[in-house]
Structures are given as C-alpha cells and as structure tokens.
Write a protein that binds this ligand. Structure first.
Ligand code: 3UK
Length: 547
C-alpha cells in the first residue's frame, strides 16, 4: 500500500524515518504559496530540476563550479552525480528516505555528493567540516544515520563517531580514491527517484548555541523555493553570475548561495576549501565574482585588504548570519561603492526572508519581507503589533519550521507564525530593524539595553576590530554592560583605550548604555557559521562573579 506525504502525494520513501518524525500538521507554521513560481508539480526531485534540466536545455558545456584547481561544466557535474548515485544505491545499499551524512570542506565532490543523495531519493545531512566526533555523534543519533560520504582528510573524527554510536556503518571516503574507484565501476546516467514535492530531502542542523541540536526538515519544494525567492527576487541571478563566499554548504546560507541559486539559474559558483579574507578577495579577482556572500565580521576584515585586489567584477555583496552594523555597511560602501545587502535568514526557514535590493536598502535596517513572505512583530500576548512597535519577530511564507521529533517545535511556531527568537522593530514604512536576540537583552539598573546596539556603536571606532557585549553580574545594578573587544592591527589595548571607547559610546547613543566594563581578547568565541557565541562570554562573566 502506498504511503502518503503530508499533502497526500505518494511518498517515494521506503524508509519512513523522516516522514514519521515530522511534527503534527497542527504544529506546523501556516504556509503560503501566493507567488505563481512557487506552484510546483506534485512529483518533484529538486536535484533533477537543478541539474538535469540545465543539460536538457543545452547548457551542458557551461561552467558550473570553479576552483583554483580547475572548472567543472554542468555535464561533468551531472556525470559525477549520476555515478555517485549508483555507488550509493548499488554499493552502499541506500534506499529512498535513508539519511546520508556528508562531510567535506566546500569542494566539487561535496556538491556532487549532495545532488546524488537527493537524486537517489535519500536525505542529505551535510555537516560542517569543523564538527568533532562528539557533535557528529549527536547528528548521527538524532537522524539515525548509517551512510556517509566523507572527505578522506576529515575521516578520523567520523570514524570515531561511528565507533562511539554503533551507527554510520557504511562510510565511503573521497579524495583518497575510494569513492573515485567505486564511481569508475558505474556508468551514467542514473534515473532520478520519482519523489513527491513534499518528501523530505534535507536535514539541516541548527547552529544552536546550547542544548541538544535541532534538525530542521526541508522538502524538495523548499530547496527550489529558496532559489525562486532569494535567488530570483532578491538577487536577480542570471547565467553570467559567478557566486562566491565563505559559508559552508552544511549551513543553508552557503547551500543556497554557493550551489542551489547558481544551478537554478544556470550560473556558476566558486568553491573555496579554506575561505580567509585573502583567499576570498583573491577568488573575486581571479574568477571575476559578481556576488559575494559572507558574514558581517568577514566584511569588516576584508576592508583593510581590498586595495590589493581588483574587485571590479562585483555587482552585489550579501551579509547574513548576524546583524550587520551600520558602520560596517557604510565603510564598505565608501570603500567599494557597493551597498551591502543585509538579509536575515534562519535554518528553520531554509534561507533569507527579510532583506532589501540594493536600491531599497536603508543602512542599519535589515529590510522588508521578501516576495512570498509576510512578517510582523508580536507583543507579549502573541498578537501582531502595529507598525512603529518593537517585539518578537514573526514570519510566514512558503517555507517554515519543521523540527525532527522535537518538543521545541512549540517554541518556534506560535499561532502559525515562525518566531525566530529575535527582537525587531518595524518602522512606519514597513522596514524591519534588528534590536537583539531575545536572550541578548541586558537589564541594567532597570533599563533594557540591547547588547547589539552597544556593539554597533563600538564597531564604529577604528580601534575596534570585533566586539561582543553581554550583561555581567553587578551587586549594585543587577547587571552591567560589559564589552569584549578585539583591537585592530597595530592598536595598543589597555585602560586608556577602554576609557576612550566608553566615551565614544556615550557620545553616540544614550549614555546609560555605555559599557561599564571593557575587556580585551585576542579573538571572540564563534560558531562554525561565524556567529559570536555570547553564551560563552556570559559563562565567563558569571565565573568572574559580581563586581
Ligand atoms: C540571526 C541575523 C540579524 C538571527 C541563515 C541566512 O543565520 C542563518 O541561520 P541560523 O539558523 O541563525 C538564525 C538566526 O541568526 N541572524 C541571521 N541573519 C541575521 N540577525 N541580522 C541578520 N541579517 O538571530 C536568526 O534568528 O544559523 C542566514 C541564510 C540562511 C541561514 N540559515
């Protein structure tokens, strides 16, 4: 008997693990598909739509992936994908609905493996290269994973996770000739598995800061929706675009920007195994990159180096993952003439949902909901507040939160809205202004202070390279604002600079918000996706005790 997907289509999954662990329909967010381009057919395999359609359209000879070691054409990528798919099915015994863990830095074989897993009707679980055995164990247990394709250079931690969990019984490595030899024994083509548009094809783990990791589940149609909203409406991706950036393909920001959007529109992507400020700028120059994708801190770190490179090909630059300080946006504009596109996205939503096209940007604001999405801020009673208010950011659209078997679904989805955990203000013109993560609000002597506001004020000082602000315990005020600062190259840290920074803040924002304590660090603790781990700093100040 046929098993049905949530929308009543026949599921292609023989292994129902993911489908059976979807949240109940009533705990899903409301979904909206107003845009005609989001009306997908019931049978849909997104790997076919992204790759095979391009070759059918006669674009096989065009370049799709660029690396310093050489370029890949669409036809070459398709041949590789089809061989890997045969290896998965015939050698590793993968059946539709199985989860396949992928582990590699951003490179063409990782991209091909991702497409192959999905073409075979299985579920891709791409992990960040920096994950260690402990974190891989959590992923393997949560998603109950038996199969993996892994870059040979990163295999040791994965094998350790396999030993510790008794899972991951079938690991094939690449780069050392294992997968390559298996591929050579198979012939393209591979006939894509006939999946439903709402079969799960992607499990994306959130870069959550604490607690048990959450796995978000996305369908074939969700992968295409991010391209058809962000790739099309925000970025106007076209065949001559060359996309590059730092986010890993295991982070949906990178997956969209560096694989899904380029493929959807016949463009190409530069894949960098080790993105540093130098290697990113060198890639822009060498590959004539048209759009850059990275996090705010990286944009800040690119600025001092930019004069050494020819960035004339850049048409756009997108910042996401963390709030973009106005100071960084302005400095980038002065240096390059390009207005950074800030966009808030979330793993739960798969990609960006509030942003602005360059001509509509208001520096300091994130922007407005993208076509297909609708957003508001909620008050304490969970009701939408009028424009001009601040509250908890809530959004709904064609994509949304579906955690794998997780009670925290009820925290993220409230009254049909996805509630991201961010405090935002929406102005009279409908622009959304980031205030803080809900847990980054500091209550000091009865005042509510948004940590990021203080960070952005400090970030405007030339001596500050990076900064994070948290509330530190204080006998008198309950909490005080404490700034952790990494200084710019050649700057002397010390009490004199601390005082100068405090005065600088007092002159720019309401003086009660100034950091009463300033501590200098060599670097800030960060997640793999480049977000500052304020909770680590909070633990540190708790351990230091009340002043
Ligand atoms: C924060 C931002 C202010 C915000 C992501 C683009 O970051 C992504 O997903 P995550 O699940 O984190 C989501 C949270 O990160 N955030 C992201 N962008 C911004 N805050 N301004 C921004 N521009 O707290 C949000 O709730 O790691 C970003 C595309 C795909 C993604 N997954």
């Amino acid at each position: 008997m046929a098993t049905l997907t949530p929308d009543g289509h026949v599921s292609a999954h023989l292994d129902g693990f993911a489908r059976e662990r979807l949240p109940l329909r009533e705990s899903w967010p409301a979904l909206r598909f107003e845009l005609p381009e989001l009306h997908y057919p019931p049978r849909l395999n997104c790997a076919t739509e992204l790759l095979d359609r391009r070759i059918e359209a006669g674009e096989g000879a065009r370049i799709v992936l660029r690396t310093d070691a050489g370029d890949w054409s669409y036809a070459q990528l398709q041949g590789t994908v089809d061989r890997i798919a045969h290896v998965l099915v015939q050698d590793l015994g993968v059946v539709p609905g199985n989860r396949v863990l992928l582990r590699a830095p951003n490179n063409p074989l990782l991209a091909a493996a991702w497409l192959a897993v999905i073409k075979a009707g299985a579920i891709a679980v791409t992990t960040m290269p920096m994950l260690r055995s402990h974190e891989l164990q959590q992923v393997a247990r949560k998603a109950r994973i038996e199969h993996a394709l892994c870059d040979a250079r990163l295999a040791a931690e994965l094998r350790d996770a396999a030993r510790a969990t008794g899972l991951l019984g079938r690991i094939l490595t690449f780069g050392d000739g294992q997968l390559e030899a298996a591929m050579a024994r198979h012939e393209a083509p591979f006939a894509a598995v006939d999946t439903a548009q709402d079969d799960v094809c992607l499990l994306a783990f959130t870069s959550g800061t604490t607690g048990e990791p959450k796995a978000t589940m996305h369908f074939h149609r969700d992968v295409l929706a991010m391209a058809d909203v962000v790739g099309r409406h925000l970025l106007d991706t076209g065949p001559d675009d060359v996309y590059a950036g730092s986010p890993p393909l295991g982070f949906t920001f990178g997956l969209g920007a560096l694989l899904v959007f380029p493929l959807r529109f016949g463009a190409s992507a530069v894949l960098l195994e080790q993105p540093t400020p130098e290697s990113l700028l060198a890639a822009v120059q060498r590959h004539r990159v048209t759009c850059l994708f990275t996090a705010p801190t990286m944009y800040r770190n690119l600025l001092p180096l930019r004069a050494r490179f020819d960035l004339g090909s850049l048409r756009r630059a997108v910042s996401a993952g963390e709030a973009l300080p106005k100071a960084t946006s302005d400095a980038w504009f002065e240096a390059t003439g390009l207005r950074l596109i800030d966009g808030i996205g979330a793993t739960e939503m798969i990609h960006i949902f509030i942003s602005a096209r360059p001509e509509d940007v208001r520096p300091g604001a994130t922007g407005k909901p993208l076509p297909g999405y609708e957003a508001c801020v909620l008050g304490p009673d969970d009701q939408p507040l009028p424009r001009g208010s601040s509250g908890r950011l809530a959004v709904r659209g064609p994509t949304g939160c579906r955690y794998l078997d997780d009670p925290r679904q009820a925290d993220y989805v409230v009254g049909g809205w996805n509630v991201t955990g961010d405090r935002y203000r929406v102005d009279e013109d409908g622009y959304f202004w980031f205030e803080a993560r809900a847990d980054d609000m500091i209550v000091s002597a009865g005042y509510n202070i948004a940590g990021p506001e203080v960070e952005h004020a400090l970030a405007a000082h030339p001596a500050v390279r990076e900064v994070a602000v948290v509330g530190a315990p204080d006998r008198e005020r309950g909490r005080i604002v404490k700034a952790f600062v990494v200084v710019s190259a050649g700057v002397q840290a010390g009490p004199a600079l601390a005082r100068e920074l405090q005065d600088f803040v007092k002159a720019r924002i309401a003086p009660y918000k100034y950091p009463r304590s300033v501590e200098f660090l060599d670097q800030l603790p960060k997640t793999q996706t480049g977000k500052v781990q304020r909770y680590v700093l909070r633990q540190r100040v708790e351990e230091q005790g009340a002043a």
